[in-house]
Design a protein around this ligand. Structure first.
Ligand SMILES: [Zn+2]
Length: 296
C-alpha cells in the first residue's frame, strides 16, 4: 500500500482495497485463509533475474520522491520492499499448495510482474512475481513441468523473456494486439502459446482462444502445478485497453483452468494479480476468480 508512483498513476494502492472490499461485500472473505507475504530471498529472485539487474534495482531506490526506471515505472522509498513481498507471496503460495495446506491460492499483490524481463523493469513491474514462483516450484520443489497462463490484456513479455525455450514451462496467453508492449505476435519459443486478440474482441473470441488453443496445449503438457498471471484489464470497463470481457468470462476461464488442474495436478493452482485498472471492475472480477477457487 506504500508503493505509489504518483497521484494519477493507474497502478495505485486503491487497487488492493478494491479487491479486499469486494471479497468482503460478496461474502467470500470469511471462507478465505489469509497469509502475510514474506520477503522473497535474493536466491529466489536470482533464478529469473540477472545479478546485475537485482543490484540495479537495489541501488535505484530513492530516499524520497520517485526514481523512474522507465516512463511509467517508478520506485518510491517503499517500492522495493513491496516488490520483495509481492514475489514472496507467490513463493509462499507455491509452498502452501505443494504442502497440501490449500489447493488454490490467489496472491493480491502489487507491483505486478509479468512485464519484468530477466534484465529489465518495465510496464509497472519490478520483479516478475509469477516467474519467481514458477522457478521456485521447479528448483525448490523439484517439479518437472509447470504451466503459466496469462490472461492480462497486455502481453506478458517478461515471462516470455524468462521462460522462452525452457521446455519445463508451458506459457499460454491471450492479449490485445497491437497494444503495449507491442510484442507477442511472434512467439519466442516452442513452449509459448500466444494468442493475440484484436481490439474490440470479447467473450466469444476469448473463449474460443482458451478452448481451441490453451486447453489442448495444457493437456499435452500435463503440468504438475498451474500458475495464473491474473490481470483483469481485459474487462470492458478498463480504461487502459479495448477488449470486452466481463466478470462472467473471468469466472468461466477460472473454471476451465481448474478443470485442467484437476486432470493433471490434483487441482493445484497459484494465481497472482497483474493488471486491472477500473477499480470496481477489478474488484468484481477478482472476486469471481476467487469465488470459483472456493467452489462457492
Ligand atoms: Zn495489463
Amino acid at each position: 500500500m506504500l508503493h505509489e508512483m504518483g497521484p494519477y498513476h493507474p497502478e495505485c494502492p486503491e487497487r488492493l482495497s478494491a479487491i479486499g472490499d469486494r471479497l468482503i461485500a460478496a461474502g467470500l472473505d470469511p471462507y478465505l485463509l489469509h497469509y502475510i507475504a514474506p520477503a522473497v530471498t535474493r536466491e529466489q529472485v536470482a533464478r529469473v533475474h540477472s545479478a546485475a539487474y537485482i543490484d540495479e534495482i537495489e541501488n535505484a531506490v530513492p530516499e524520497s520522491g520517485l526514481h523512474y526506471l522507465d516512463p511509467d515505472t517508478a520506485l518510491n522509498p517503499h517500492s522495493l520492499v513491496a516488490a520483495k513481498h509481492a514475489a514472496g507471496a507467490v513463493t509462499l503460495a507455491v509452498d502452501l499448495v505443494m504442502a497440501g495446506e490449500c489447493k488454490t491460492a490467489f496472491c493480491a499483490v502489487r507491483p505486478p510482474g509479468h512485464h519484468a524481463e530477466r534484465r529489465r523493469a518495465m510496464g509497472f513491474c519490478l520483479y516478475n512475481n509469477i516467474a519467481v514462483g514458477a522457478a521456485h516450484a521447479l528448483a525448490h520443489h523439484g517439479l518437472a513441468r509447470v504451466a503459466v497462463i496469462d490472461f492480462d490484456v497486455h502481453h506478458g513479455n517478461g515471462t516470455e523473456d524468462i521462460f522462452a525455450g525452457d521446455a519445463r514451462v508451458l506459457m499460454a496467453s491471450t492479449f490485445q494486439h497491437p497494444l503495449y508492449p507491442y510484442s507477442g505476435d511472434h512467439p519466442q519459443g516452442p513452449n509459448m502459446v500466444n494468442v493475440p486478440l484484436a481490439e474490440g474482441s470479447g467473450s466469444e473470441e476469448f473463449r474460443a482462444a482458451v478452448t481451441e488453443r490453451w486447453i489442448p496445449a495444457l493437456d499435452a503438457h500435463r503440468p504438475q502445478l498451474l500458475f495464473i498471471s491474473a490481470g483483469f484489464d481485459a474487462h470492458r470497463e478498463d480504461p487502459l485497453a479495448g477488449l470486452r470481457l466481463t466478470e462472467a468470462d473471468y469466472a468461466w476461464v477460472t473454471r476451465e483452468l481448474m478443470g485442467v488442474a484437476r486432470r493433471h495436478c490434483g487441482g493445484r493452482i497459484v494465481s497472482a494479480l497483474e493488471g486491472g485498472y477500473a477499480l470496481s471492475a477489478l474488484g468484481r472480477s477478482a472476486a469471481e476468480h476467487v469465488r470459483e477457487f472456493l467452489g462457492a
